[in-house]
Design a protein around this ligand. Structure first.
Ligand code: CMP
Length: 140
């Protein structure tokens, strides 16, 4: 199967605890390759647009506040079946439901401060990658 790409964010709770390397190692150990990476402080406008699908949800304002509360690391990951592979190693959104050995089970603090984001489909991966990266910033 050909290599595919997905989009990942290492969230502010993880960068605050200096876990960028630890999280990235778990991604790499799961067979994913980091082909683009940058540390940014998301603006409120970026967070609101990125999470626009959740605009009507009760947690939207808190989510935007959290995602702009500190630096994040946005990454493009490449590998066989990258979207599923990444979702498997991330674990369930709520760390209470995440399987042993997953990033969220290991590091997440709560359903909001859950250490990582990953695209939920190939279509959204393309949209999310293009939201943060120019083609020349991705080096496979
Ligand atoms: P993420 O994959 O980044 O996509 C949306 C985020 O909303 C999700 O991870 C959670 O961190 C966050 N969130 C906060 N509260 C909730 C909730 N009650 N249900 C689902 N997601 C939530």
């Amino acid at each position: 199967m050909a290599a595919t790409r997905t989009f990942s964010i290492i969230k502010p709770d993880a960068t605050r605890r200096n876990l960028t390397g630890a999280v990235t190692k778990m991604l790499e150990d799961a067979g994913l390759r980091v082909v683009a990476s940058k540390r940014i402080h998301m603006t409120r406008e970026q967070a609101e647009e990125f999470y626009g699908v959740h605009r009507e949800r009760p947690f939207f304002a808190d989510l935007v506040a959290f995602m702009t509360s500190g630096p994040v690391v946005v990454q493009v990951l490449e590998g066989e079946d990258a979207v599923t592979r990444n979702r498997d190693v991330m674990g369930a959104t709520n760390p209470e439901n995440a399987a042993e050995g997953t990033i969220r089970k290991t590091y997440a603090e709560s359903i909001e401060a859950n250490s990582v984001h990953g695209s939920d489909s190939a279509e959204n991966a393309e949209i999310e990658i293009n939201f943060f990266f120019k083609p020349e910033e991705i080096v496979g």
